[in-house]
Design a protein around this ligand. Structure first.
Ligand SMILES: *[C@@H]1O[C@H](CO)[C@@H](O)[C@H](O)[C@H]1NC(C)=O
Ligand SMILES: *[C@@H]1O[C@H](CO)[C@@H](O)[C@H](O)[C@H]1NC(C)=O
Ligand SMILES: *[C@@H]1O[C@H](CO)[C@@H](O)[C@H](O)[C@H]1NC(C)=O
Ligand SMILES: *[C@@H]1O[C@H](CO)[C@@H](O)[C@H](O)[C@H]1NC(C)=O
Length: 460
C-alpha cells in the first residue's frame, strides 16, 4: 500500500515538473525558429520540411511549397525573387498565410510587391547591374504581365467552327509572329483545319465512326519590332482575323524572352473564353501535327479508367528531365548563373505539347505565384511542379526530328503525333501524303511509349 502511494506521488511529481518543462522547451524552439526566420527573410532559408501534396480549400488550388528545383540558398537573382514569394505560402513561417486563399487571389500584386521589395535592396541592385545587358532588359519588364489585346477573334474561343454550339475537343494555340503569314496559311489548310475532324480509323474500330472532335485554332502573336514591319502589317493581320477569326495579338515585343508572356496571357484568355474545351495544343508554327491520330489518341486517353482524375493534370509531349540551364553565352537559351541556379524541373519541349483544358485553368491560377522566367517551356514546367503534376513523355512527339535510320520506314508520318521542324511547303506536301496513305497505313501504331521515370529530386 505504502509502496503504491509512493509511486503515485512520484508520478504526480513527474507530471508537475515535466509537463511545464516540455511545454516551455517547445515554446522556445518555436520562438527561436520564428524569430530567426523573420530577422532576415531574404537571406535565411527554411528549416522546416513542408508537405508535397496539393491542398484544396473552398475550390481554391493552393500552391505546393515546391520540392525546390532551384537552389534555395543560392543568391542568384531569380532564386531570391522566387524565395520571397514562397515565404507567403509557408504555413509556419509566414503569419499572414492563415488566410492563404486571400493571398492566392491577390497573386498578381503579390509577385509585384515581392519584386519591388527584393529589387530595392542594396545588394540586389548591385546584382542586377552585374547581369548581362540582355538579362537586364528582361528584368526591367519581368514583373509586368498585363498587356493590352490588339487583335482577337470576335467569336468565343478561336476560329469559327461550323457549329459554334459544339464543345471544342481541341484548341490549337499556335505561337506565330506577324511576318509568318505563309506558316499560318499552310497550317489552316493542313493540320490546323477547324470544324469537325475525323480521328484516324484502323481496321479494328470500323464501327466506331464517331471518333473525332471539333477543332478550333488561334495564333498567338506579339508585336514585331524589326525594321521590316510596317503599319500595313497591322491592317493585314486585321484582315486575316476578319477572314479566319483566329488571330490573338497582344501589345508586347515579340522576342524570344517574351514568349513566356504568350503562355500566361493565353491561359488568362482561355480561362475567360474557352469554357468546356477538352484539350489544348500549344506549339510552334513550324511543326507538323498528325491531327487525326492525335484525336484518336486523346479519345483513347479519355476512355481510360480514372480519366476524370488524370485529366486534372494531363500534359503530354517531349519531356526533358533534369536539364541544366545553358551557360554558353552564344546560345539563345543562355541564362547566367547569377540569374538562375539549380536544375530545371521536368518540362515538355515548347515545340508542341498537349494538355487538358482543366489543367490550362489550373496553370492560369498557379502561374500567379511564379515569377516569369525567360524560357517559356521551363516556366510551364515550374508551374506544373507547383501543382505537383508531371508532364508525360511520349516518343511520338518529335521536337528534334527523325533520326537517319527512321527515314527509310514506310508510313513514317503515321507513327508520330508531331514533328519539328517543317516549312509551309513541306506541310502541304506531307498533309497530302498523309491523306493519300490513310488507308494503307491505318494499322501502323504510334511509336511505342516507354515510361520514362522522371524524378522530382535533383540528381545527387
Ligand atoms: C480570407 O480572405 C478572403 C478574401 O479577402 C475573405 O473573404 C475571408 O473572409 C478571409 N477569411 C478569413 C478566415 O479571414
Ligand atoms: C507594382 O508595385 C509598384 C511599387 O510598389 C507600384 O508602383 C505599381 O503600381 C504596382 N503595379 C501593379 C500592376 O500592381
Ligand atoms: C518584352 O516586351 C515589352 C513590351 O513591349 C518590352 O518592353 C520588353 O523589352 C520585352 N522584353 C524583352 C526581353 O524583349
Ligand atoms: C485501333 O484503334 C483503337 C482505338 O482507337 C486502338 O485501341 C487499337 O489499338 C487500334 N488497333 C491497331 C491495330 O492499331
Amino acid at each position: 500500500m505504502a509502496r503504491y502511494r509512493y509511486c503515485c506521488r512520484l508520478r504526480n511529481l513527474l507530471l508537475c515538473v515535466c509537463t511545464p518543462f516540455c511545454c516551455l522547451l517547445l515554446f522556445f524552439t518555436y520562438a527561436a525558429v520564428t524569430i530567426s526566420m523573420s530577422l532576415n527573410v531574404v537571406s535565411s532559408r527554411p528549416q522546416v520540411q513542408v508537405t508535397n501534396k496539393p491542398e484544396k480549400a473552398n475550390n481554391v488550388i493552393l500552391p505546393v511549397i515546391p520540392a525546390t528545383f532551384w537552389e534555395h540558398h543560392s543568391s542568384a537573382f531569380w532564386n531570391q525573387l522566387q524565395r520571397a514569394v514562397d515565404y507567403h505560402f509557408n504555413p509556419i513561417l509566414y503569419s499572414e498565410s492563415r488566410n492563404r486563399s486571400a493571398i492566392v487571389h491577390l497573386g498578381d500584386s503579390l509577385l509585384n510587391k515581392s519584386f519591388f521589395e527584393v529589387t530595392s535592396m542594396g545588394h540586389m541592385k548591385k546584382k542586377l547591374e552585374e547581369l548581362p545587358p540582355a538579362m537586364q532588359k528582361y528584368v526591367s519588364h519581368m514583373q509586368r504581365r498585363s498587356y493590352p489585346v490588339l487583335i482577337q477573334p470576335d467569336r468565343a474561343c478561336g476560329a469559327k467552327a461550323r457549329r459554334e454550339d459544339q464543345t471544342p475537343f481541341i484548341l490549337f494555340a499556335i505561337k506565330s509572329s506577324e511576318l509568318n503569314i505563309k506558316n499560318r496559311q499552310a497550317i489552316r489548310q493542313t493540320w490546323g483545319q477547324v470544324g469537325w475532324v475525323q480521328g484516324q480509323k484502323n481496321s479494328s474500330n470500323k464501327e466506331e465512326e464517331k471518333v473525332g472532335g471539333y477543332v478550333r485554332r488561334v495564333f498567338l502573336l506579339g508585336k514585331d519590332n524589326s525594321q521590316f514591319s510596317s503599319p500595313d502589317l497591322t491592317e493585314l493581320l486585321k484582315a486575316e482575323n476578319r477572314r479566319y477569326g483566329d488571330i490573338l495579338q497582344w501589345d508586347f515585343e515579340d522576342t524570344f524572352f517574351n514568349l513566356t508572356l504568350k503562355d500566361v496571357l493565353f491561359w488568362s484568355w482561355f480561362s475567360r473564353n474557352c469554357g468546356q474545351t477538352l484539350f489544348v495544343f500549344k506549339g510552334d508554327d513550324d511543326v507538323f501535327v498528325n491531327t487525326p491520330k492525335l484525336i484518336s489518341y486523346l479519345h483513347g486517353e479519355l476512355k481510360k479508367p480514372h480519366a476524370q482524375t488524370t485529366m486534372k493534370e494531363f500534359m503530354i509531349g517531349d519531356v526533358i528531365g533534369n536539364a541544366m540551364p545553358i551557360r554558353g553565352e552564344t546560345s539563345k537559351y543562355f541564362v547566367p548563373d547569377s540569374f538562375y541556379k539549380g536544375i530545371y524541373p521536368s518540362y515538355a519541349g515548347g515545340g508542341g505539347v498537349v494538355y487538358s483544358g482543366h489543367l490550362a485553368r489550373r496553370l492560369h491560377h498557379i502561374s500567379k505565384t511564379v515569377h516569369l522566367y525567360p524560357i517559356d517551356d521551363v516556366f510551364v514546367g515550374m508551374c506544373m511542379l507547383r501543382l505537383n503534376a508531371l508532364p508525360i513523355h511520349h516518343p511520338a512527339f518529335l521536337t528534334f526530328d527523325f533520326s537517319e535510320k527512321d527515314i527509310e520506314q514506310p508510313c513514317l508520318y503515321h507513327t508520330i503525333l508531331l514533328v519539328h521542324k517543317r516549312s509551309p511547303e513541306e506541310l502541304l506536301r506531307l498533309w497530302a501524303e498523309l491523306k493519300k496513305t490513310q488507308t494503307q497505313c491505318r494499322d501502323v501504331p504510334l511509336r511505342a511509349p516507354v515510361t520514362k521515370k522522371i524524378s522530382l529530386e535533383p540528381p545527387s
